[in-house]
Design a protein around this ligand. Structure first.
Ligand SMILES: NC(=O)C1=CN([C@@H]2O[C@H](COP(=O)(O)OP(=O)(O)OC[C@H]3O[C@@H](n4cnc5c(N)ncnc54)[C@H](O)[C@@H]3O)[C@@H](O)[C@H]2O)C=CC1
Ligand SMILES: CC(C)CC(=O)C(=O)O
Ligand SMILES: [Mg+2]
Length: 378
Protein backbone atom coordinates (compact mmCIF):
# COMPACT_ATOMS: atom_id res chain seq x y z
CA UNK A 1 0.00 0.00 0.00
CA UNK A 2 1.43 3.42 -0.89
CA UNK A 3 0.44 6.02 1.64
CA UNK A 4 2.75 8.95 0.55
CA UNK A 5 6.11 10.34 -0.75
CA UNK A 6 9.25 8.46 -2.00
CA UNK A 7 11.81 7.23 0.55
CA UNK A 8 15.31 8.80 0.72
CA UNK A 9 18.22 6.91 -0.84
CA UNK A 10 19.91 6.59 2.51
CA UNK A 11 17.69 5.21 5.24
CA UNK A 12 18.17 5.11 8.99
CA UNK A 13 16.85 1.98 10.64
CA UNK A 14 16.31 2.05 14.41
CA UNK A 15 16.75 -1.46 15.79
CA UNK A 16 15.08 -2.38 19.10
CA UNK A 17 15.75 -6.09 19.69
CA UNK A 18 14.05 -6.19 23.11
CA UNK A 19 13.84 -9.28 25.29
CA UNK A 20 13.82 -13.07 25.17
CA UNK A 21 14.19 -14.30 21.58
CA UNK A 22 13.88 -10.71 20.32
CA UNK A 23 17.66 -10.19 19.92
CA UNK A 24 18.13 -13.64 18.31
CA UNK A 25 15.53 -13.15 15.59
CA UNK A 26 16.27 -9.45 15.04
CA UNK A 27 19.93 -10.27 14.40
CA UNK A 28 18.87 -12.46 11.46
CA UNK A 29 16.54 -9.76 10.11
CA UNK A 30 19.36 -7.19 10.21
CA UNK A 31 21.73 -9.60 8.46
CA UNK A 32 19.13 -10.05 5.73
CA UNK A 33 18.67 -6.30 5.30
CA UNK A 34 22.44 -5.80 5.16
CA UNK A 35 22.72 -8.45 2.45
CA UNK A 36 19.86 -6.96 0.44
CA UNK A 37 21.45 -3.51 0.80
CA UNK A 38 24.68 -4.88 -0.67
CA UNK A 39 22.96 -6.49 -3.64
CA UNK A 40 20.40 -3.79 -4.29
CA UNK A 41 22.61 -0.75 -3.84
CA UNK A 42 20.75 0.56 -0.81
CA UNK A 43 22.35 2.64 1.91
CA UNK A 44 21.09 1.57 5.30
CA UNK A 45 22.43 2.52 8.70
CA UNK A 46 21.37 0.54 11.74
CA UNK A 47 21.32 2.08 15.21
CA UNK A 48 20.41 -0.08 18.16
CA UNK A 49 18.35 1.02 21.16
CA UNK A 50 16.80 -0.50 24.25
CA UNK A 51 13.10 -1.27 24.62
CA UNK A 52 11.25 -3.37 27.20
CA UNK A 53 12.65 -5.42 30.06
CA UNK A 54 16.30 -4.92 29.00
CA UNK A 55 15.73 -1.16 29.16
CA UNK A 56 14.13 -1.45 32.60
CA UNK A 57 17.23 -3.28 33.84
CA UNK A 58 19.59 -0.62 32.47
CA UNK A 59 17.61 2.58 32.97
CA UNK A 60 14.58 1.83 35.14
CA UNK A 61 12.12 2.52 32.33
CA UNK A 62 10.92 0.39 29.35
CA UNK A 63 11.10 3.30 26.88
CA UNK A 64 14.13 5.45 27.80
CA UNK A 65 14.55 8.98 26.42
CA UNK A 66 17.49 7.86 24.21
CA UNK A 67 15.27 5.23 22.58
CA UNK A 68 12.56 7.80 21.97
CA UNK A 69 15.16 10.09 20.33
CA UNK A 70 16.38 7.20 18.18
CA UNK A 71 12.83 6.46 17.05
CA UNK A 72 12.20 10.09 16.11
CA UNK A 73 15.46 10.16 14.13
CA UNK A 74 14.82 6.94 12.19
CA UNK A 75 13.05 6.32 8.90
CA UNK A 76 11.77 2.95 10.09
CA UNK A 77 12.00 0.75 13.16
CA UNK A 78 12.76 -2.94 13.43
CA UNK A 79 11.58 -4.39 16.74
CA UNK A 80 12.09 -7.85 18.25
CA UNK A 81 9.73 -8.49 21.14
CA UNK A 82 9.43 -7.33 24.72
CA UNK A 83 8.47 -8.79 28.06
CA UNK A 84 9.17 -11.58 30.46
CA UNK A 85 7.77 -12.88 33.73
CA UNK A 86 10.08 -10.64 35.73
CA UNK A 87 8.48 -7.46 34.35
CA UNK A 88 5.01 -8.39 33.00
CA UNK A 89 3.14 -7.56 36.23
CA UNK A 90 4.77 -4.15 36.67
CA UNK A 91 2.37 -1.18 36.59
CA UNK A 92 1.46 0.42 33.26
CA UNK A 93 4.26 2.95 32.85
CA UNK A 94 6.92 0.43 33.91
CA UNK A 95 5.48 -2.48 31.95
CA UNK A 96 7.51 -3.61 28.88
CA UNK A 97 4.35 -4.14 26.81
CA UNK A 98 2.19 -1.22 27.86
CA UNK A 99 4.89 1.27 28.86
CA UNK A 100 7.28 0.17 26.11
CA UNK A 101 5.99 -1.28 22.85
CA UNK A 102 2.34 -0.20 23.04
CA UNK A 103 3.33 3.30 24.15
CA UNK A 104 5.71 3.53 21.21
CA UNK A 105 2.99 2.48 18.74
CA UNK A 106 0.56 4.95 20.31
CA UNK A 107 2.87 7.97 20.63
CA UNK A 108 4.07 7.49 17.06
CA UNK A 109 0.39 7.14 16.02
CA UNK A 110 1.09 3.86 14.21
CA UNK A 111 -2.59 3.05 14.00
CA UNK A 112 -2.60 0.59 11.09
CA UNK A 113 -1.08 -2.71 12.15
CA UNK A 114 -0.89 -5.03 9.12
CA UNK A 115 -0.48 -8.72 9.91
CA UNK A 116 -0.25 -10.89 6.80
CA UNK A 117 -0.93 -14.59 7.31
CA UNK A 118 0.23 -16.56 4.29
CA UNK A 119 0.49 -20.30 3.76
CA UNK A 120 4.15 -20.23 2.72
CA UNK A 121 3.95 -24.01 2.73
CA UNK A 122 0.38 -25.32 3.08
CA UNK A 123 1.67 -28.59 4.56
CA UNK A 124 2.84 -26.69 7.66
CA UNK A 125 -0.75 -26.05 8.73
CA UNK A 126 -2.24 -28.35 11.35
CA UNK A 127 -5.50 -28.10 9.37
CA UNK A 128 -6.35 -29.95 6.17
CA UNK A 129 -6.57 -28.25 2.75
CA UNK A 130 -5.41 -24.87 4.01
CA UNK A 131 -3.93 -22.33 1.64
CA UNK A 132 -4.53 -18.91 3.09
CA UNK A 133 -3.55 -15.38 2.13
CA UNK A 134 -5.17 -13.29 4.84
CA UNK A 135 -4.29 -9.73 5.73
CA UNK A 136 -5.40 -8.89 9.23
CA UNK A 137 -5.67 -5.12 9.70
CA UNK A 138 -5.59 -4.37 13.40
CA UNK A 139 -6.40 -0.97 14.88
CA UNK A 140 -3.34 -0.48 17.07
CA UNK A 141 -3.63 2.73 19.08
CA UNK A 142 -7.10 2.53 20.62
CA UNK A 143 -9.37 0.10 22.42
CA UNK A 144 -8.92 -1.82 25.63
CA UNK A 145 -5.12 -1.62 25.66
CA UNK A 146 -5.35 2.16 25.98
CA UNK A 147 -8.18 2.42 28.49
CA UNK A 148 -8.77 5.99 29.62
CA UNK A 149 -10.11 4.42 32.81
CA UNK A 150 -8.25 1.45 34.15
CA UNK A 151 -7.45 0.51 37.65
CA UNK A 152 -7.58 -1.75 40.60
CA UNK A 153 -8.99 -1.30 44.04
CA UNK A 154 -11.58 -2.30 46.55
CA UNK A 155 -15.09 -1.26 45.57
CA UNK A 156 -17.96 -1.89 48.00
CA UNK A 157 -15.61 -4.11 49.97
CA UNK A 158 -14.83 -6.28 46.92
CA UNK A 159 -11.42 -6.53 45.28
CA UNK A 160 -11.94 -5.24 41.75
CA UNK A 161 -10.00 -4.44 38.58
CA UNK A 162 -11.28 -2.65 35.47
CA UNK A 163 -10.31 -1.67 31.94
CA UNK A 164 -12.46 0.24 29.47
CA UNK A 165 -12.68 -0.21 25.72
CA UNK A 166 -12.79 3.22 24.15
CA UNK A 167 -13.07 4.16 20.47
CA UNK A 168 -13.87 7.37 18.65
CA UNK A 169 -15.73 7.28 15.34
CA UNK A 170 -12.68 8.84 13.68
CA UNK A 171 -10.37 6.07 14.95
CA UNK A 172 -12.70 3.48 13.44
CA UNK A 173 -13.10 5.42 10.21
CA UNK A 174 -9.39 5.80 9.47
CA UNK A 175 -8.57 2.12 10.00
CA UNK A 176 -11.71 1.16 8.09
CA UNK A 177 -10.61 3.21 5.08
CA UNK A 178 -7.13 1.65 5.15
CA UNK A 179 -8.67 -1.83 5.23
CA UNK A 180 -11.07 -1.05 2.37
CA UNK A 181 -8.22 0.30 0.23
CA UNK A 182 -6.12 -2.77 0.92
CA UNK A 183 -9.03 -5.11 0.17
CA UNK A 184 -9.56 -3.22 -3.11
CA UNK A 185 -5.91 -3.87 -4.07
CA UNK A 186 -6.20 -7.56 -3.10
CA UNK A 187 -9.06 -10.06 -3.39
CA UNK A 188 -11.92 -7.58 -2.94
CA UNK A 189 -13.29 -9.23 0.22
CA UNK A 190 -13.48 -7.61 3.65
CA UNK A 191 -14.57 -9.03 7.00
CA UNK A 192 -15.14 -6.43 9.71
CA UNK A 193 -15.01 -8.04 13.13
CA UNK A 194 -16.62 -6.73 16.30
CA UNK A 195 -18.86 -7.75 19.18
CA UNK A 196 -21.70 -5.39 18.33
CA UNK A 197 -24.35 -7.54 19.98
CA UNK A 198 -22.84 -6.62 23.36
CA UNK A 199 -20.26 -3.83 23.38
CA UNK A 200 -21.06 -0.13 22.88
CA UNK A 201 -17.63 0.40 21.30
CA UNK A 202 -18.45 -2.38 18.82
CA UNK A 203 -21.86 -0.89 18.01
CA UNK A 204 -20.03 2.29 17.03
CA UNK A 205 -17.44 0.20 15.15
CA UNK A 206 -20.15 -1.51 13.08
CA UNK A 207 -22.08 1.72 12.37
CA UNK A 208 -18.95 3.51 11.19
CA UNK A 209 -17.75 0.51 9.17
CA UNK A 210 -21.12 0.38 7.39
CA UNK A 211 -20.64 4.04 6.41
CA UNK A 212 -17.04 3.44 5.30
CA UNK A 213 -17.77 0.40 3.14
CA UNK A 214 -20.59 2.28 1.39
CA UNK A 215 -17.83 4.19 -0.44
CA UNK A 216 -16.33 0.89 -1.65
CA UNK A 217 -19.35 -0.76 -3.35
CA UNK A 218 -17.13 -3.17 -5.33
CA UNK A 219 -16.07 -4.94 -2.10
CA UNK A 220 -17.75 -8.07 -0.82
CA UNK A 221 -18.24 -7.24 2.87
CA UNK A 222 -19.27 -9.29 5.86
CA UNK A 223 -19.66 -8.12 9.46
CA UNK A 224 -18.83 -10.86 11.95
CA UNK A 225 -18.91 -11.14 15.71
CA UNK A 226 -15.44 -11.96 16.97
CA UNK A 227 -16.40 -15.31 18.52
CA UNK A 228 -17.94 -16.44 15.23
CA UNK A 229 -14.92 -15.14 13.31
CA UNK A 230 -12.58 -17.19 15.52
CA UNK A 231 -14.59 -20.28 14.61
CA UNK A 232 -14.96 -19.44 10.90
CA UNK A 233 -11.20 -18.97 10.61
CA UNK A 234 -10.72 -22.62 11.49
CA UNK A 235 -13.78 -23.81 9.56
CA UNK A 236 -13.23 -21.94 6.26
CA UNK A 237 -9.83 -20.22 6.50
CA UNK A 238 -9.34 -20.03 2.72
CA UNK A 239 -12.40 -17.76 2.34
CA UNK A 240 -10.87 -14.80 4.15
CA UNK A 241 -9.05 -11.98 2.39
CA UNK A 242 -8.81 -8.81 4.55
CA UNK A 243 -10.01 -8.79 8.14
CA UNK A 244 -10.30 -5.47 9.97
CA UNK A 245 -10.80 -5.32 13.69
CA UNK A 246 -10.03 -3.47 16.91
CA UNK A 247 -6.88 -3.79 18.94
CA UNK A 248 -7.55 -6.67 21.35
CA UNK A 249 -9.55 -8.78 18.89
CA UNK A 250 -6.79 -8.29 16.31
CA UNK A 251 -4.15 -9.36 18.79
CA UNK A 252 -6.00 -12.60 19.51
CA UNK A 253 -7.06 -13.40 15.94
CA UNK A 254 -3.54 -12.85 14.56
CA UNK A 255 -2.15 -15.51 16.88
CA UNK A 256 -4.94 -17.80 15.68
CA UNK A 257 -3.99 -17.10 12.07
CA UNK A 258 -0.36 -17.91 12.95
CA UNK A 259 -1.58 -21.23 14.34
CA UNK A 260 -3.42 -21.92 11.07
CA UNK A 261 -0.33 -21.06 9.01
CA UNK A 262 1.74 -23.39 11.17
CA UNK A 263 3.76 -21.33 13.66
CA UNK A 264 3.89 -17.99 15.40
CA UNK A 265 7.40 -17.84 14.01
CA UNK A 266 5.97 -17.21 10.52
CA UNK A 267 3.84 -14.10 10.99
CA UNK A 268 5.38 -10.66 10.41
CA UNK A 269 3.77 -7.29 10.99
CA UNK A 270 4.10 -3.63 10.18
CA UNK A 271 2.52 -0.73 12.07
CA UNK A 272 1.96 2.22 9.77
CA UNK A 273 0.57 5.73 9.73
CA UNK A 274 -0.07 8.17 6.87
CA UNK A 275 3.59 8.86 5.99
CA UNK A 276 6.29 6.33 5.14
CA UNK A 277 7.45 5.75 8.70
CA UNK A 278 6.67 2.32 10.13
CA UNK A 279 7.49 -0.08 12.94
CA UNK A 280 8.11 -3.66 11.87
CA UNK A 281 8.09 -6.64 14.21
CA UNK A 282 7.12 -10.29 14.41
CA UNK A 283 3.61 -11.05 15.68
CA UNK A 284 5.09 -13.34 18.31
CA UNK A 285 6.37 -12.39 21.74
CA UNK A 286 9.60 -12.85 23.65
CA UNK A 287 9.12 -16.65 23.98
CA UNK A 288 11.09 -17.04 27.23
CA UNK A 289 10.61 -20.83 27.02
CA UNK A 290 13.08 -21.02 24.11
CA UNK A 291 15.13 -17.84 24.61
CA UNK A 292 18.89 -18.25 24.35
CA UNK A 293 18.63 -21.79 22.92
CA UNK A 294 19.03 -20.93 19.24
CA UNK A 295 15.62 -22.54 18.59
CA UNK A 296 13.60 -19.51 17.58
CA UNK A 297 12.25 -19.28 14.06
CA UNK A 298 13.53 -15.97 12.63
CA UNK A 299 11.13 -16.04 9.64
CA UNK A 300 8.64 -13.62 11.19
CA UNK A 301 11.42 -11.11 11.91
CA UNK A 302 12.95 -11.56 8.45
CA UNK A 303 9.55 -11.19 6.78
CA UNK A 304 8.96 -8.06 8.89
CA UNK A 305 12.19 -6.68 7.39
CA UNK A 306 10.65 -7.39 3.97
CA UNK A 307 7.59 -5.38 4.99
CA UNK A 308 9.92 -2.55 6.01
CA UNK A 309 11.42 -2.51 2.51
CA UNK A 310 8.00 -2.58 0.88
CA UNK A 311 6.15 -0.01 2.99
CA UNK A 312 8.82 2.38 4.31
CA UNK A 313 11.56 2.24 1.67
CA UNK A 314 9.54 1.77 -1.54
CA UNK A 315 11.42 -1.42 -2.41
CA UNK A 316 8.65 -3.93 -3.21
CA UNK A 317 10.88 -5.98 -5.53
CA UNK A 318 13.51 -6.50 -2.84
CA UNK A 319 10.78 -7.33 -0.32
CA UNK A 320 9.51 -9.99 -2.71
CA UNK A 321 13.03 -11.44 -3.06
CA UNK A 322 13.21 -11.90 0.72
CA UNK A 323 9.75 -13.48 0.84
CA UNK A 324 10.70 -15.86 -1.94
CA UNK A 325 13.97 -16.72 -0.20
CA UNK A 326 12.19 -17.62 3.04
CA UNK A 327 9.63 -19.71 1.15
CA UNK A 328 12.34 -21.55 -0.80
CA UNK A 329 14.33 -22.32 2.35
CA UNK A 330 11.21 -23.74 4.03
CA UNK A 331 10.40 -25.75 0.90
CA UNK A 332 13.89 -27.25 0.97
CA UNK A 333 13.06 -28.66 4.39
CA UNK A 334 15.38 -26.29 6.28
CA UNK A 335 13.29 -25.59 9.35
CA UNK A 336 13.61 -24.54 12.96
CA UNK A 337 12.24 -26.74 15.73
CA UNK A 338 8.72 -25.25 15.67
CA UNK A 339 8.26 -26.58 12.12
CA UNK A 340 10.43 -29.66 12.04
CA UNK A 341 8.74 -33.01 12.33
CA UNK A 342 10.02 -36.56 12.79
CA UNK A 343 11.56 -36.62 9.31
CA UNK A 344 13.32 -33.27 9.49
CA UNK A 345 16.13 -32.44 11.91
CA UNK A 346 15.71 -28.85 13.09
CA UNK A 347 18.29 -26.19 12.32
CA UNK A 348 19.26 -23.32 14.60
CA UNK A 349 18.05 -19.75 14.30
CA UNK A 350 21.34 -18.60 12.79
CA UNK A 351 21.57 -21.61 10.45
CA UNK A 352 18.13 -20.74 9.11
CA UNK A 353 19.36 -17.15 8.66
CA UNK A 354 22.46 -18.44 6.80
CA UNK A 355 20.23 -20.44 4.45
CA UNK A 356 18.11 -17.35 3.71
CA UNK A 357 21.28 -15.32 3.00
CA UNK A 358 22.56 -17.99 0.61
CA UNK A 359 19.22 -18.03 -1.15
CA UNK A 360 19.27 -14.23 -1.44
CA UNK A 361 22.73 -14.40 -3.01
CA UNK A 362 21.46 -16.97 -5.52
CA UNK A 363 18.39 -14.95 -6.41
CA UNK A 364 20.23 -11.64 -6.89
CA UNK A 365 22.97 -13.41 -8.83
CA UNK A 366 20.41 -15.09 -11.09
CA UNK A 367 18.66 -11.76 -11.63
CA UNK A 368 21.98 -10.05 -12.49
CA UNK A 369 22.89 -12.84 -14.89
CA UNK A 370 19.56 -12.71 -16.63
CA UNK A 371 19.79 -8.90 -16.88
CA UNK A 372 23.28 -8.98 -18.48
CA UNK A 373 23.13 -12.30 -20.30
CA UNK A 374 26.52 -12.91 -18.73
CA UNK A 375 25.85 -16.62 -18.21
CA UNK A 376 26.06 -17.18 -21.98
CA UNK A 377 29.69 -16.10 -22.06
CA UNK A 378 30.94 -18.17 -19.10
N1 LIG B 1 5.10 -8.09 20.56
C1 LIG B 1 5.58 -8.39 21.76
O1 LIG B 1 6.56 -7.85 22.19
C2 LIG B 1 4.89 -9.44 22.55
C3 LIG B 1 5.39 -9.76 23.77
N2 LIG B 1 4.85 -10.77 24.48
C4 LIG B 1 5.54 -11.12 25.74
O2 LIG B 1 6.30 -12.29 25.48
C5 LIG B 1 6.35 -13.10 26.63
C6 LIG B 1 5.87 -14.52 26.32
O3 LIG B 1 4.49 -14.47 25.95
P1 LIG B 1 3.70 -15.71 25.34
O4 LIG B 1 2.29 -15.51 25.65
O5 LIG B 1 4.37 -16.97 25.75
O6 LIG B 1 3.80 -15.53 23.75
P2 LIG B 1 4.98 -15.83 22.73
O7 LIG B 1 4.53 -15.38 21.41
O8 LIG B 1 6.26 -15.27 23.23
O9 LIG B 1 5.15 -17.44 22.73
C7 LIG B 1 4.05 -18.32 22.54
C8 LIG B 1 4.56 -19.69 22.10
O10 LIG B 1 5.05 -19.62 20.77
C9 LIG B 1 6.41 -19.98 20.68
N3 LIG B 1 7.08 -19.05 19.78
C10 LIG B 1 6.92 -17.71 19.70
N4 LIG B 1 7.71 -17.19 18.79
C11 LIG B 1 8.41 -18.19 18.24
C12 LIG B 1 9.40 -18.27 17.23
N5 LIG B 1 9.85 -17.19 16.58
N6 LIG B 1 9.93 -19.48 16.94
C13 LIG B 1 9.49 -20.58 17.55
N7 LIG B 1 8.54 -20.58 18.52
C14 LIG B 1 8.01 -19.38 18.86
C15 LIG B 1 6.95 -19.84 22.11
O11 LIG B 1 8.06 -20.67 22.32
C16 LIG B 1 5.72 -20.19 22.93
O12 LIG B 1 5.63 -21.58 23.08
C17 LIG B 1 5.51 -12.39 27.68
O13 LIG B 1 6.38 -11.67 28.49
C18 LIG B 1 4.63 -11.48 26.89
O14 LIG B 1 4.26 -10.33 27.62
C19 LIG B 1 3.82 -11.53 24.01
C20 LIG B 1 3.29 -11.24 22.78
C21 LIG B 1 3.77 -10.16 21.97
C1 LIG C 1 2.69 -6.26 24.28
C2 LIG C 1 1.64 -7.10 23.63
C3 LIG C 1 0.25 -6.65 23.94
C4 LIG C 1 1.86 -7.08 22.19
C5 LIG C 1 1.10 -8.13 21.45
O1 LIG C 1 0.76 -9.20 21.88
C6 LIG C 1 0.86 -7.84 20.07
O2 LIG C 1 0.92 -6.70 19.64
O3 LIG C 1 0.56 -8.80 19.34
MG1 LIG D 1 -0.01 -10.54 20.34
Amino acid sequence: MTLTSPAPLHSRIGVLPGDGIGPEVTREAVRVLERVAKHADLQLTFTEGMLGGCAIEQTGTPLPAETWELCKNSDALLVGAVGGEKWDSLPAEKNPGLGGLLRLRRELDLFANLRPGLSYLPELSPLRDVNIDILLVREAVGGLYFSPERGRGVQDGVETAWDTMHYTAEQVRRIGIVACRLASERGGRLASVDKANVLESSKLWREVMREVVADFPHLEVEHLYVDNCAMQLVHRPNDFDVIVTENLFGDVLSDEIAGIVGSLGLLPSGSLRTDKFGLYEPVHGAAPDIAGLGKANPSAAILSAAMLLRHSLDRPEDAAVIEQAVTTVLQRGIRTADLANGDIAPVSTSAFGDAVLAELDDQYHAAAVSATGHILST
